[in-house]
Design a protein around this ligand. Structure first.
Ligand code: OAD
Length: 262
């Protein structure tokens, strides 16, 4: 990685008061959770993720869609936060005013110690019924006994304890609106920040992909961390090519060393 660019990025980050960290599936890749577009491997490979993640798919075949989400949830429960998630928690403690916004439905930011991450696309751990959005609970096995579910397994969704409607995953599906309060808070934080750090997102799924663009339009510096070019490259003030677990710990260390040394 270019050391001049990373030094400049560290200075910008260390000097900032209001920092937004915006993450996508790439932040969890090094925890062993594949990115959305790489997700369908093995027996799931015969399905198209963008077709499984829809209300129409759940309506047509609830056992198939619930089985896919249960398989994903089991895999996330077996995963651990990586140094990228931990570095983001450090940013949240160092920057006086910071907000973490994620498109991910996993809980790895929380398990890394980040409080109150905004989940724009919902959560694998917040199921609700289809009729009245009554929250549902999972019959979870005790921690440490999370089985790896066989791929491709159909699982009937549970019924709501209040109204007996089917329970669905608490995620945002294609064609559905984002949770309004989360989107409003995210847009506000992006419009008000000094620096937005965008990590591990392809930046193609809207409206979430507007978040870095809103920050840039409002005059914030945008720092992107991604091993590959993305459509956000021209939006970013600085592009750091590398993985989250490689780039973020060094960036965070340098940011607050740089500031302390000033
Ligand atoms: P994508 O799967 O579209 O993109 C993942 C990005 O992470 C790519 O740009 C990769 O280059 C990058 N990446 C891969 N490994 C990385 C690593 N180790 N460190 C840093 N970056 C890495 O995932 P998202 O952009 O999150 O929405 O996708 C956005 C939304 O599209 C998802 O939330 C999901 C999907 O449709 C819904 O389900 C509504």
């Amino acid at each position: 990685m270019d050391s001049v660019l990373s030094h400049r990025a560290a200075q910008i980050l260390g000097d900032a008061h209001r920092v937004v960290v915006f993450t996508g599936a790439g932040i969890s890749a090094e925890s062993g959770v594949p990115t959305f577009r790489d997700d369908l491997t093995g027996l799931w490979a015969r399905f198209d993720a963008e077709q499984l993640a829809t209300p129409e798919a759940f309506h047509a075949d609830p056992d198939l869609v619930w089985g896919w989400y249960e398989w994903r949830r089991a895999r996330v429960r077996r995963a651990e936060p990586n140094p990228g998630h931990l570095a983001i928690t450090t940013i949240a403690t160092q920057a006086p005013d910071s907000t973490v916004i994620t498109q991910n439905v996993d809980d790895l930011h929380e398990r890394a110690g980040t409080q109150a991450a905004i989940h724009l696309h919902g959560s694998l751990f917040a199921p609700r019924c289809v009729a009245a959005a009554h929250p549902a609970t999972f019959p979870n096995p005790p921690d440490g006994e999370v089985a790896e579910l066989p791929e491709g397994r159909r699982i009937p969704p549970p019924r709501c304890a209040s109204c007996a409607a089917l329970v669905r995953p608490g995620v945002v599906w294609f064609g559905e609106a984002l949770p309004e309060a989360a989107l409003t808070a995210a847009v506000q934080a992006a419009a008000d920040c000094d620096v937005l750090l965008t990590v591990g997102t392809s930046g193609v799924v809207h409206p979430a992909a507007e978040i870095p663009r809103i920050a840039a339009r409002a005059g914030a510096a945008v720092i992107q961390v991604n091993p590959e070019p993305t459509p956000l490259d021209p939006v970013a003030t600085i592009n750091l090519r590398g993985t989250a677990a490689q780039v973020l710990p060094a960036l965070v260390t340098a940011a607050w060393e740089t500031t302390d040394g000033n």
